[in-house]
Design a protein around this ligand. Structure first.
Ligand SMILES: Nc1ncnc2c1ncn2[C@@H]1O[C@H](COP(=O)(O)OP(=O)(O)O)[C@@H](O)[C@H]1O
Ligand SMILES: [Mg+2]
Length: 376
């Protein structure tokens, strides 16, 4: 069920330009992680480095026990088969219909018969709500459908790791909501490791199990969703709450004068932490943590109004046990530790990543993806 990706002290430069340095984080197997960051901070470069399309200047990326920055080209080719990637624009061939676009990796990388290919393609098109659009050309469909076609293509080789580069860019809020639901349902179904690059704050707040933030050439923080949504670290707080006050300015980082002029301005209270987006069928994802579990384990009381509708209580941060209303029996649940979420605070570049432990719930997840036919 998905593979872990362990990134240690990774540094990427182009010539003398450092894109980011000393990035350490672990994407836990089967979990959904989001990587946030202002435009131009190197999020796409990070994804390309993970799949070995770009070589880092320092550090390691361990997948399935192998450091992909050190392996031979032949082995890298094999490791890449673990990945499915949804590129920012869908990266479809304009002259080929959706069926042929989605079938492309199968025809290129496998010896499957056309009959087998057809079964797989139609299945992935159903999962992504594209049934009936096999003969359409990319130019004839909406941006949302193009993204879903790119997603269907990313799924045909049954990836263990799915990377999404700004899946929500260019989509209206309704289409974004559909796509986010599809991502959560898909994770419940295929249990692969997901990494979503976005700068949509709402997506980051509600979809993932973990959030990371790239800022000023460093990974400002990476850890469980509840950790970042309750963090008072200025950059994290400003970005995740879309506030003007804070160290991030219009261009990038604010100068001393701007920061000085903000001194004394009361930062608004942290907004309530929303419930995590559930699967559309109500099934618990295998990697899903109980709401409030990180907060409780770490003695953090969330802002008032957090987890609306879930009736959680936090007493001095050690609240009573919380249950999602439709959650399955705990008898089948086994407690699991998620380790390796690195935390680092900008700009102390030299500080080593600290491990954060977050308790997690494990429950069986069955085929849960909703069958959508909604256009979008
Ligand atoms: N192949 C490349 N050669 C040189 N510079 C690059 C290359 N790819 C990206 N960059 C630079 O890396 C920086 C980060 O780019 P990118 O990863 O696309 O940012 P983001 O996805 O966060 O918006 C940009 O300054 C960009 O110009
Ligand atoms: Mg990008």
């Amino acid at each position: 069920m998905g593979v872990e990706i362990r990134v240690e002290n990774l540094t990427k430069r182009f010539g003398r330009q450092t894109i980011w340095e000393d990035v350490s984080l672990t994407l836990p197997a089967g979990e959904i992680s989001v990587l946030l960051g202002p435009s131009g901070t190197g999020k796409s470069v990070f994804l390309k480095t993970l799949i070995g399309l770009l070589k880092p200047e320092a550090g390691s990326i361990t997948i399935d026990g192998r450091d992909i920055t050190k392996v031979k080209e032949k082995d890298l080719y094999e490791i890449r088969k673990l990945f499915g990637v949804l590129f920012q624009d869908g990266a479809l061939f304009g002259s080929q219909n959706l069926f042929d676009n989605i079938a492309f990796p199968l025809r290129e990388h496998t010896k499957k018969t056309e009959k087998e290919i057809k079964d797989i393609v139609l299945d992935k098109m159903e999962i992504t709500g594209l049934t009936g659009s096999e003969r359409k050309l990319p130019g004839e469909i909406s941006g949302g459908m193009r993204k879903r076609a790119g997603l269907a293509r990313a799924l045909v080789l049954d990836p263990q790791i799915l990377l999404f580069d700004e899946p929500d860019s260019g989509l209206d809020p309704v289409r974004t909501a559909y796509l986010n639901q599809l991502i959560v349902d898909l994770n419940a179904q295929i249990e692969a490791t997901f990494l979503i690059v976005t700068h949509d704050v709402n997506t980051a707040r509600t979809v993932p199990d973990n959030i990371g933030l790239l800022y000023r050439r460093h990974l400002a923080m990476f850890g469980p969703r509840e950790m970042l949504l309750s963090s008072n670290e200025p950059v994290v707080r400003q970005f995740l709450n879309a506030q003007r006050e804070g160290p991030i300015g219009m261009a990038e980082e604010k100068d001393a004068g701007e920061l000085e002029s903000e001194r004394g301005i009361e930062l608004g209270a942290l907004p309530p932490i929303p419930a995590q987006l559930p699967t559309s069928s109500g099934i618990t994802r295998a990697s899903e943590r109980k709401p409030g579990s990180w907060l409780k384990a770490n003695g953090v009381v969330p802002p008032p109004g957090s987890f609306p509708g879930l009736d959680l209580t936090f007493e001095d941060g050690k609240g009573t046990a919380a249950q999602r209303p439709e959650k399955q029996s705990d008898a089948t649940s086994a407690s699991r530790e998620t380790v390796g979420a690195g935390v680092r605070v900008v700009p102390s570049g030299a500080k080593k990543a600290a491990a954060v432990k977050a308790p997690a719930q494990k429950a069986p997840a069955k085929r849960a993806t909703s069958r959508r036919s909604t256009e979008g």
